[in-house]
Design a protein around this ligand. Structure first.
Ligand code: NAD
Length: 360
């Protein structure tokens, strides 16, 4: 009997509904092919959540997210709600979900598809064949450490301060995930820190080094974050899995995503300790193109592939989606963001159609 999946679908704002709809069609096609059976439940989040019930993460949406096997998320963000108090803004939904579901690990693959090597701002020979996985710790570090604040000194000058802090257990948790991920790839982990300056990251390096002894089949290296930022531009293909803390990961994962030159292509996963996860494209709600059938749905479709692989243990079905995306790209059909000379222009729906046809 095939596995049954209970999935929460949170389309969100802007292009969110259009792109998640295409990913849902892909999942439904795989279900029809007998890979799994499917219950999908949809709920409003972000600006849509606020409009529906006065909060970007309505209680019913959170309940659904908690009870589901995994969550497929579109994007949130609505400029017309920017004047709301910070805690009611659409983007707060993502932070709320990360916290409530204890999603401590963010996985962002950066892959260059052969057809899109020219889309990167780097030379094709530097990026072609690129396939790296950035793993960012998501719930600790200077973003959450206490104390923090802005205080007034005796001389009347204001001083801002934050606390960078990591517990050993938090480092081990993300480290294990990185080593396990590397075992399914090229068996190399590069741990990024600033151990020459920061005590917190000296501990990070020590813990990673110890943990590495449990994974003798994975080659562990260490790199300072400033060098890592440079190496990502100079020779990105040297990396396989790159693991780092919340702040460094925030910056490096955005830098790495731009190596591929196409924001509409990149999926992501945020996982808890049991591999339950929230899967979403790395881009936002793109209000400039919302509702126009212009958005590239591939990042969301690839997020659905990650969902099957990491939260449902369905690697074969995930492979099938990724292969269908490759076939779609090489067939020469393209949404405007990845349009190259000689391509046939497609909208969001036509791109979804092409992936579904390629699944056959
Ligand atoms: P954005 O990622 O929405 O858009 C940046 C640019 O990329 C735009 O020109 C947009 O048209 C284009 N783009 C994005 N996704 C695309 C796709 N799938 N296909 C084709 N083109 C695509 O970033 P922004 O414009 O700075 O932010 C818009 C809103 O999204 C804001 O409210 C922001 O806070 C929010 N946001 C949300 C998330 C999230 O939900 N995780 C992430 C980033 C930004």
């Amino acid at each position: 009997m095939s596995k049954h999946l209970n999935l929460a679908i949170l389309p969100g704002d802007g292009i969110g509904p259009e792109i998640t709809q295409q990913a849902v069609r892909v999942l439904e096609r795989l279900a029809a092919q007998g890979h799994f059976s499917l219950t999908l439940e949809q709920a409003p989040v972000g600006g849509a959540g606020y409009r529906a019930s006065g909060h970007p993460l309505p209680e019913a949406t959170l309940r659904l997210a908690k009870s589901a096997d995994a969550i497929l998320f579109g994007a949130v963000g609505d400029f017309t709600l920017d004047s709301l108090a910070r805690e009611l803004r659409p983007e707060q939904a993502i932070l709320g979900l990360r916290k409530e579901l204890q999603l401590f690990a963010n996985l962002r693959p950066a892959i260059i598809y052969p057809e899109l090597a020219g889309a990167s701002t780097l030379k094709p020979e530097v990026v072609s064949g690129l396939d790296i996985m950035i793993i960012r710790e998501l719930t600790g570090d200077i973003y959450f450490g206490q104390p923090r604040g802005i205080r007034v000194l005796e001389n009347g000058e204001r001083e801002g301060f934050d606390t960078m802090v990591y517990r050993e257990s938090e480092i081990v948790r993300i480290g294990r995930l990185a080593f396990e991920a590397a075992r399914k790839r090229d068996r190399r982990v590069c741990s990024v820190d600033k151990a020459n300056v920061l005590e917190t990251t000296q501990l990070w390096r020590d813990v990673m080094t110890n943990l590495g002894k449990e994974y003798p089949d994975v080659a562990l290296s260490h790199m300072y974050v400033d060098n890592a930022a440079m190496q990502l531009l100079k020779d990105p293909k040297q990396f396989d899995v790159l693991v780092t803390g919340n702040m460094f990961g925030d910056i490096l994962s955005d830098e790495a995503s731009m190596l591929t030159g196409s924001i509409g292509m990149l999926p992501s996963a945020s996982l808890d300790a049991n591999n339950k996860g929230l899967y979403e494209p790395i881009h936002g709600s793109a209000p400039d193109i919302a509702g126009k059938n212009l958005a590239n749905p591939l990042a969301t479709i690839l997020s659905a592939a990650m969902l099957l692989r990491y939260s449902c243990g369905l690697s074969q079905a995930a492979d099938q989606i990724e292969l269908a995306v490759r076939k779609t790209l090489s067939s020469g059909i393209a949404t405007p963001d990845i349009y190259r000379e000689g391509c046939r222009r497609a909208g969001t729906v036509e791109m979804g159609d092409a992936v579904i046809a390629a699944l056959a």
